[in-house]
Design a protein around this ligand. Structure first.
Ligand SMILES: Cc1cc2nc3c(=O)[nH]c(=O)nc-3n(C[C@H](O)[C@H](O)[C@H](O)COP(=O)(O)O)c2cc1C
Ligand code: SF4
Length: 393
């Protein structure tokens, strides 16, 4: 795949699909605008591969063939502007809400609390594991049918694949856990089986954590290094480096401010005081730091050699981006929050209209997601209207 420049729109859930995951006109419009901004590669928000793997109510789905025509419209809108598009596929595993999926969220191991939903996980059976692997493979086949240029497997941020890779979530002592090799097996099977259905011209990308920041040890930099080596052997085409998890370490993933009130707005009244207390304790501990995953990237790059490394996390100044490319620490510059506020950023960089992004990492766009508000920059005003949230869908 050849891209027009080194900029990537990192996957960012848009909260703009219908409740069954179907694409809407608003979602197509958003991607058409991003493509007009001349971003080399656009990765739309993560798409769930199985109904039990849905994370949010208005998340885009790719779990059934009926969704293909809508997804194709996103691809066409991006291609019309000569952009490239990779679809990111995900299964939430235990990182969802029983009230959303109508079942107990499952993960590699049982009895693990999701501190956001307060649900305890159910241990996946062999059948669950095989069904979810198949769901990833089927989703990949659908991506190809939409005409998208690439696939990105979401193995980061505490979702199901990350759960298998991490000794914090994966406490199994069978063929799927108990050693680094066995923890890796789930991802390995997905990649091996997916590659069988992929035409040779469709690259398979992955988003990987180099640090989970879970309460006890999960993926750490040395383990991520080992996994990267194995990913190269499996023929992965590019690795995007990230960190943190949506429920245990969200502000490692998105460093910046902690918008306590906006997060607390998403929970029912009886939980508000507790949630405010939890998030208030985090204030000031995740201060913004330019390119906060760069050290991890420097560690991974020599291991993966010629395979492109995509860096995400706090990239905000053009000079900094140019420097890390010139020094060959990374190959592509990926951003999420800056493109929410300024979809035309790359074009403006090119035309030398600006040399840094306007996003101030206040994280209100992030707080909007559990509130079920559509993705946009909320720096000036956060909606006060109440929406039925994922806590009580
Ligand atoms: C509102 C919002 C939604 C996100 N949705 C996703 C997603 O769908 N998939 C994903 O891999 N990461 C997601 N992320 C994480 C971003 O892709 C990115 O890794 C993170 O925001 C750090 O990059 P940034 O500093 O450029 O924002 C999301 C982040 C935000 C703020
Ligand atoms: S709400 Fe706007 S300024 Fe704040 S982090 Fe999101 S995009 Fe950036």
């Amino acid at each position: 795949m050849e891209v027009n420049n080194r900029f990537v729109r990192s996957a960012t859930i848009e909260n703009l699909a219908k409740e069954d995951g179907e694409v809407t006109e608003k979602l197509i419009k958003l991607h058409s605008t991003l493509a007009k901004g001349e971003i080399g590669l656009i990765i739309p928000g993560y798409m769930y591969v199985h109904p039990l793997g849905q994370a949010f109510k208005y998340q885009t789905g790719i779990y059934k063939n009926d969704l293909i025509p809508g997804l194709k419209k996103i691809v066409d809108a991006i291609h019309k502007e000569e952009g490239k598009v990779a679809f990111q596929i995900v299964h939430a595993g235990l990182q969802t809400f029983s009230r959303l999926i109508g079942a107990t969220p499952m993960g590699p191991s049982g009895d693990i609390i999701n501190p956001v939903s307060m649900d305890y996980s159910r241990e996946m059976t062999e059948e669950d594991i095989q069904e979810s692997i198949e769901a990833f493979v089927e989703a990949s086949r659908r991506v190809v049918e939409t005409g998208a240029d690439a696939i990105q497997i979401h193995a980061a941020h505490g979702y199901l694949i990350n759960q298998f890779l991490s000794p914090f979530y994966n406490r199994r002592q069978d063929d799927w856990g108990g050693s680094d090799e066995k923890q890796f097996r789930y991802l390995k099977e997905i990649i091996t089986k997916t590659k069988k259905v992929l035409p040779a011209n469709i690259p398979l990308l992955i988003k990987l954590n180099t640090n989970d920041y879970t309460p006890t040890e999960g993926i750490t930099p040395p383990l991520a290094a080992k996994y990267s080596e194995w990913l190269v052997k499996l023929g992965i085409d590019a690795i995007e480096i990230s960190c943190g998890s949506t429920v245990y370490a969200i502000f490692n993933m998105c460093r910046g401010d902690v918008p306590v009130q906006e997060i607390a707005q998403a929970v029912p009244d009886y939980m508000k005081a507790m949630v405010e207390g939890i998030y208030q304790d985090m204030v000031g501990k995740y201060n913004f730091d330019e390119g906060y995953n760069l050290e991890a990237a420097k560690m991974i790059k020599p291991i993966i050699g010629n395979i492109p490394l995509i860096l995400v996390g706090g990239l905000r100044h053009k000079a900094f981006m140019e420097e890390i490319i010139e020094k060959k620490y990374v190959d592509l510059i990926s951003m999420a929050r800056p493109f929410i506020r300024e979809p035309l950023l790359v074009k403006n960089f090119k035309e030398e209209k600006q040399d840094k992004v306007a996003c101030i990492s206040c994280n209100r766009c992030l707080a909007a997601i559990p509130n079920n508000f559509p993705l946009r920059c909320y720096v000036n005003k956060f909606p006060e209207e109440k929406k039925p949230t994922t806590y009580f869908p």
